[in-house]
Design a protein around this ligand. Sequence first.
Ligand code: SF4
Length: 197
Amino acid sequence: MLAPRAKLNFLIGDAVELVVMATAKLAGCGIGRSQDRVELQIDGVTVSGYIDGLFSDVEDLYVAEFKKMSPFAFKRVEAQGITDEWGYVSQVHAYMRALELDRTIFVVLDGQSGSLNERVIQFDPAIWNAMEARGRMILRSRADSLPSRAFEPQVAKNGKMELELRCRYCQYKHLCWPKAQEVMKGNRPVWYIEEEK
Ligand code: SF4
């Protein structure tokens, strides 16, 4: 189960996505199929997700993905492009694979200033092959031979071991890290997995 705070975060993200989609439509962009369910098969198992939309220009069709970001994260996108720190590159690779498309238009919104930044992510077979191989390994694993966790905790500035970004929003974190303790750090929750040194 995700915490209400995390659910609220996702809800705000959904609302922002609707506003950006509506604005893009008003501006005449070829955008549609919001929240369509897409599926792909790994070893006969169906993996599904919901795309934010599809964007078409005169010549091509793109997966469309929208994200609201903090000013800090937005600046990083401006400087470095879209990275997989939050799993965004992997996420859109699954969508592209499911839809047999080779490009995604990734739009980020600075939640404070309203600035937008758009990036095109090209499908990279090497990224998908690594994702598929890990998916197969997980599906073939057994209770007595579980695969290693995908992400490890990091040492926080205070010396504690802190769950990394993707684990914080993962609904399986309490199973994966049973000793993780939720603590408020400023105005955001973090999860520590050992006592302060
Ligand atoms: S908490 Fe979730 S994201 Fe993190 S390693 Fe475990 S399953 Fe993966």
